[in-house]
Design a protein around this ligand. Structure first.
Ligand SMILES: Nc1nc2c(ncn2[C@@H]2O[C@H](COP(=O)(O)OP(=O)(O)OP(=O)(O)O)[C@@H](O)[C@H]2O)c(=O)[nH]1
Ligand SMILES: [Mg+2]
Length: 471
C-alpha cells in the first residue's frame, strides 16, 4: 500500500514536471493575477479583456494585435481543476446582450485560460512558425491579501489591534455590548461563541458597506463553503490573565491559529505564489465621490493589501516564494468613462498618490510597476455642454436607475492629488469647495462589428504593459 502510494505520488510528480517542462519550453504560460477591493471592477475587466483579445480590433496599443500577429485566440480548460472557472460566457452575455447590465458580484477566486497563437515579431518571424502562449487569468478578492498580516500576529495581538480600531465605530456597537457581557474565562459555550462570532461578522459587513477597508479576517465576509465552520467562528477578545484550556479565550485562540494555517496559508501557497504579472484595480472615483474618509480608508487598505508584494516583510511569504517574484504590477484606476478624457491624467495622478508607497516598495523588490486610468467597458460618450456661460466637459450615458439618457458633470479633479490626500489624511468630514458626483451608468447597448470587442478606454495599454512583452 505504502509503496504503491509512494509510486503513485512519484509518477504524478514526474508527470507534472514533464508537463510543466513541455509547457515552459514550447508553450509559455503567463499567470495574470487580477485583484482589487470589492466592486473595484475585476469581473468586468477580465470579461472585456478576454473579449477584446478574442476580437482584437480595438487593441491598437497592444503591439502583437496592431502588428496583426495574433492568429487565433481561444478559451481552453484551465490547468487548476479545483478552482472555479471564471464564468466568462454569462458575464459577457450580461454585458453585451440586448438589454445590457453589469454582471453580479462574484467575491470568490476563479480562473480562466485564454490561449493565443502568435507569430513572432522581427527577425524571427521568417524563421519560426507561430507559437501558443497561455494566459491564465486568476481573479481573486483583494481582501484575501489583507489576511497576510494575520500570519505574523498572535491572537492577543490581533485582538488588541482590532478592538482598538473598532472602538469609535458605531457599526460595532452591538458587538461591543455583547462582548462586555461575555466572560471570556468561562468554559466554551458553543451557542454563545457562535452568537459572538456572528455579531462580529455583522459588524465586518456593516463596516465594509460603510466604506472601511480594514475588515479582517477576509473570509468572514466571503465565507463560501466554510460558512458556519469552527474556523470562522471566533472574534477578537480582550486580553485575560491565564485563561484555562477550555475557556472561550483559548478556543478562539486555537481557531484563529487554524484560520491562519488552513485558510490563509493555502491561498498564498496555491495561488498567490504562482502569479507572474499582477493588475490591481482601484475604484478611486468611487472613493472620491464618497468623501475624504473613504479616500483615506482606501489608501490605508491598499497599502496593507499591497504589502503582500513586498515579501521581504513576511517570513512565511519569503520562504514560500524562494526568490520568485511578481515581475510586473499595474495599478489601474477603473471606470474612467465616468469622467471626460481631459481629466484622465489627473485621475492617474491620484491613483499614483494612493499607491505610491506600495509602488515604491514593489519596485525596490524588483517588480516593474505602472499606473493608468482605464474603463474596461465604456458606458458613456463625451459631450461639452454650455452651462450658464461656462463650457463643461461632461459624459453622457444611460442612467442605471431610470434607464434615461443624461449628460453629467462629475466635478473637476484637482491637478495636484494632495488637494485630496491631505484633507483625507487629516480626517476631514467633507471636501472643501468642489463636489464630486458620480452617476451609475448602465452599459450601453452595442452593435459590434466583426473583429471588434466591446469599447473600452486604455485596456489595450494595460494589456501591453502586463503581457505584451511575451507575445
Ligand atoms: N461605467 C463603468 N462602470 C464600471 C466599469 N467596470 C465596472 N463598473 C461598475 O463597477 C461595478 C463592479 O464591477 P465588477 O467588475 O463586478 O467588480 P468586482 O471587483 O468584480 O466586484 P466583486 O465581484 O463584487 O468584488 C459594476 O457593476 C459597474 O457598475 C467600467 O468600465 N465602466
Ligand atoms: Mg467580481
Amino acid at each position: 500500500m505504502v509503496i504503491s502510494s509512494i509510486a503513485e505520488t512519484m509518477t504524478r510528480s514526474i508527470e507534472s514536471v514533464s508537463h510543466s517542462i513541455s509547457e515552459t519550453l514550447f508553450e509559455p504560460v503567463i499567470r495574470l493575477g487580477v485583484t482589487g477591493l470589492a466592486r473595484s471592477g475585476k469581473t468586468v475587466f477580465i470579461t472585456s479583456l478576454v473579449a477584446n483579445l478574442m476580437d482584437s480590433g480595438r487593441m491598437g496599443q497592444l503591439l502583437a494585435a496592431s502588428e496583426g500577429r495574433i492568429e487565433a485566440s481561444f478559451l481552453q480548460p484551465q490547468p487548476d481543476v479545483t478552482v472555479p472557472r471564471f464564468d466568462y460566457e454569462s458575464h459577457l452575455s450580461d454585458l453585451t446582450g440586448p438589454d445590457p447590465r453589469w454582471p453580479d458580484s462574484t467575491r470568490l477566486i476563479s480562473e480562466l485560460r485564454l490561449s493565443l497563437r502568435v507569430r513572432p515579431s522581427g527577425l524571427l518571424s521568417s524563421l519560426q512558425g507561430p507559437r501558443t502562449v497561455h494566459l491564465d487569468i486568476v481573479d481573486y478578492p483583494g481582501e484575501w491579501l489583507l489576511d497576510l498580516a494575520l500570519l505574523e500576529k498572535s491572537f492577543s495581538e490581533w485582538s488588541r489591534e482590532v478592538l482598538a480600531r473598532i472602538e469609535p465605530r458605531k457599526q460595532a456597537d452591538v458587538f461591543r455590548a455583547q462582548l462586555a457581557d461575555t466572560d471570556t474565562m468561562a468554559e466554551l459555550n458553543e451557542p454563545r461563541a457562535g452568537a459572538l462570532a456572528e455579531s462580529f461578522t455583522t459588524y465586518l459587513n456593516m463596516a465594509r458597506n460603510a466604506g472601511f477597508y480594514d475588515c479582517t479576517p477576509g473570509r468572514f465576509l466571503l465565507p463560501g463553503d466554510l460558512k458556519g465552520s469552527p474556523v470562522l467562528t471566533f472574534a477578537p477578545l480582550p486580553d485575560t490573565e491565564r485563561p484555562g484550556r477550555k475557556s472561550l479565550w483559548r478556543t478562539f485562540e486555537r481557531r484563529f491559529e487554524a484560520y491562519k494555517a488552513q485558510v490563509v496559508k493555502p491561498f498564498f501557497r496555491d495561488h498567490f505564489s504562482r502569479i507572474d504579472r499582477q493588475v490591481v484595480l482601484v475604484d478611486a472615483l468611487g472613493a472620491i465621490h464618497s468623501g475624504p474618509r473613504a479616500v483615506e480608508d482606501m489608501r490605508t487598505g491598499l497599502a496593507e493589501i499591497l504589502s503582500a508584494f513586498r515579501p521581504g516583510r513576511n517570513a512565511f511569504l519569503t520562504r514560500l516564494l524562494l526568490g520568485k517574484r511578481v515581475e510586473k504590477i499595474l495599478f489601474a484606476a477603473t471606470k474612467a468613462d465616468h469622467i471626460h478624457h481631459a481629466q484622465h491624467m489627473k485621475l492617474t495622478g491620484i491613483m499614483q498618490a494612493l499607491t505610491r508607497d506600495a509602488a515604491n516598495r514593489a519596485q525596490f523588490s524588483g517588480a516593474e510597476t505602472a499606473a493608468l486610468s482605464l474603463a474596461s467597458i465604456r458606458a458613456t460618450v463625451e459631450e461639452t455642454v454650455n452651462y450658464q456661460g461656462e463650457e463643461l466637459d461632461c459624459v453622457r450615458g444611460r442612467l442605471e436607475e431610470t434607464g434615461r439618457q443624461a449628460a453629467f458633470y462629475p466635478g473637476a479633479l484637482p491637478e495636484n492629488p494632495s488637494v485630496l490626500m491631505v484633507p483625507a489624511r487629516d480626517g476631514a468630514i467633507q471636501w472643501l469647495g468642489e463636489d464630486y458626483n458620480m452617476m451609475k451608468f448602465a452599459p450601453a447597448p452595442l452593435s459590434l462589428r466583426t473583429g471588434e470587442g466591446p469599447p473600452h478606454i486604455r485596456l489595450d495599454r494595460a494589456a501591453q504593459f502586463l503581457f505584451g512583452d511575451q507575445l
